[in-house]
Design a binder for this molecule. Structure first.
Ligand code: MN
Length: 351
């Protein structure tokens, strides 16, 4: 069993705000509430309100359709308020100049993006001209700096969105980094789709998260077996657990039910197979699969709330961005509204 010396991270409550007349006011209010909840001082809350209002106003003015997601993330005991903005166009032809205030601002989503970037400890954006933009701004509590900058920690981020009309989501994810005996850093990640939707599906997801947190730090098969025991009597779930080891260059995974999983490298995508069954109800004979994983590759796991028919070539430049931006852009472009949706993305440290 590997001792855990890294960090754990899992799905948080996400406040989704759809684009409507009051989105800026609502976003500002929610951002302030969440920032105060993690103990940010008044002047920091004011900066965050300004940045979030700017992002929301951008959507109101320029986007065809879009949404903002606000949440608190906790990594290594430090909290941050995270803002994700997703829209379906028109996108920006030139992200670089949009970041410079006042240069290409007029009539594009780039207005004020420089201001958001200045206040955020972590900022990243990816835009597909004509199709849409995904933006990440993470505001750390404390001195505002990114505790992961310059570390060799793999980076993990996920995003969930409930089916239209529901408050809670049956799709969920969790991850933890591990430090093996040889010093290799690996990250074990779980994507879980609680069957159906609504409170019972969300309950199955919660139990899966708790079991993942408490469960064995062994191979993905052991983890799936433990999740199966914990989910007995629940709705049941489709679950894939994958262990990505960038120093060894492999990902090992075990999946049961309909979770899509891919290793994306350049314009290529390898599919990680899943076995038929329902975790909590009917477990097949589990198998462990091994797939090569380059340092530059990205691991993507998502539920059937996203169409699996996307291709890396349709997303030029996306898979070099931060995992949260990859997750948001995939959800925005491939997500369906008739089901809960969830996606989690892992990449190696970028130094
Ligand atoms: Mn589903």
């Amino acid at each position: 069993m590997n001792p855990v010396s890294g960090y754990e991270v899992e799905a948080e409550d996400v406040v989704w705000l759809r684009l409507d007349v009051a989105v800026a006011a609502a976003a500002r209010r929610e951002a302030a509430r969440l920032a105060r909840r993690v103990g940010m001082p008044t002047d920091r809350v004011a900066e965050i309100e300004l940045a979030v209002t700017e992002a929301a106003t951008n959507l109101e003015k320029h986007a065809r359709d879009g949404a903002l997601a606000l949440r608190v993330v906790t990594l290594r005991g430090r909290a941050a308020l995270e803002l994700l903005s997703v829209d379906s166009g028109p996108g920006m032809a030139d992200v670089g100049s949009a970041l410079t205030d006042g240069v290409s601002g007029s009539g594009t989503l780039g207005v004020g993006m420089g201001a958001i970037a200045r206040f955020a400890g972590v900022f990243d954006v990816h835009s597909l001209p004509g199709r849409g933009t995904a933006l990440l701004a993470r505001f750390w509590a404390g001195d505002g700096t990114d505790p992961f900058a310059g570390t060799d920690e793999p980076e993990v981020a996920g995003l969930t969105r409930p089916i239209s009309g529901e408050e809670v989501c049956g799709d969920t994810w969790a991850a933890r980094t591990e430090h093996g005996p040889d010093g290799a850093r690996a990250v074990t990640v779980m994507m879980c789709d609680g069957l159906g939707h609504g409170p019972l599906a969300a309950l199955a997801g919660e139990r899966a998260r708790a079991a993942f947190r408490a469960g064995p730090h062994g191979s993905p098969q052991d983890v799936v077996r433990a999740l199966h025991a914990e989910l007995r009597g629940s709705r049941g779930a489709a679950i894939t657990v994958a262990r990505a080891d960038f120093s060894r260059g492999t990902v090992e995974h075990c999946g049961v039910g309909n979770i899509s999983a891919f290793v994306v490298g350049g314009d290529r995508r390898s599919t990680l197979l899943s076995l038929p069954g329902i975790v909590g109800h009917q477990l097949p004979a589990l198998r462990l699969f091994r797939t090569p994983l380059d340092r530059d590759a990205v691991l993507v796991l998502h539920s059937d709330g996203l169409s699996d028919r996307w291709s890396p070539a349709d997303f030029p430049g996306l898979f070099t961005r931060r995992p949260a931006v990859v997750a948001a852009q995939l959800l925005g472009q491939a997500g369906v509204r008739r089901d809960d949706a969830g996606v989690v993305v892992v990449r190696a440290a970028r130094g």
